[in-house]
Design a binder for this molecule. Sequence first.
Ligand SMILES: [Zn+2]
Length: 313
Amino acid sequence: MAAYPISAAERHQEYGRYRSLREILAGTDRTKTALGHFNAAESLALNGIVAAARDLRVPVMIGVSGREREFLGIAQIAALVRSIREGHEHPIFLNSDHTHSLAAALEAAAAGFDAISFDASALPFEDNVRETQRAVEALRSLNPDIVVEGEIGDIGSGSRIHAAEREEPRVLTTVEEAREFVAATGVDLLAPSVGNTHGLTRAMVSGRTQKQLDVERIREIKVGTAAYLTLHGGSGTGSEDIRDAIACGMNVIHINTEIRIALRNGLLEGLLRDQEDVTPYVILRPAVEAVRRVVRDRLRLFHALPPAGEDAS
Ligand SMILES: [Zn+2]
């Protein structure tokens, strides 16, 4: 029998009552696990993600980036997540993903978001440092408990299916710039570029290729910064790379495109099953279940839990 870091009973002990996001992050370093960050743009994906996290009794973070926040409503998603946390006493957190302006970051913080991924990574390094440092200060003065993430390096854009891998190589984050960025900005979380990319290529969707992480670089950045680390664009990354990344100190892993694909497939299944049926909760159920399965598999990996069928939880 393999030894898993935390048994179902211990997980219940660890997560079964309210814990702050900071405590959860400290726990991921301690137990060599990762907090799953899953994006939702509407309530089907949200319900699928929450169901999976509750199935396994592990904490989870909901991510909403700019267009997702716009579609859901900022106050509305904040209220939904808060009601789930309180109603189920489940550690669920809300992150304003890829927040490009201070105004947008402050709006999310004021609405009660637990974390802000402040993303000025498109700017030159010095400008990114200055803007991020300013955001950290302003956000902490609004909410001292808020967790702020900064981003450096190129991880592409768009959680969608890309026709092909782009030609030019991506610039990966160096340990020196990671150290300088964390020291100068005071971010809690750092999102480096370590071979990860947003979205999936067609070859990745069909399973012919997978993303390759620079695991050694992750280790160096962790040792060099001692910061909590976030992996963006986790969709399409193989289990082995994910395990290695977590072992090297990755604390938060973002999955979006895999959820979008599951949601679309589940919607098609529900719509085509019985074309006479107009009952929304019958038609939409397969979409929720499809997201739940994808998230459950990823969470098992992030928490080093046994594969489906072997765990009583
Ligand atoms: Zn991202």
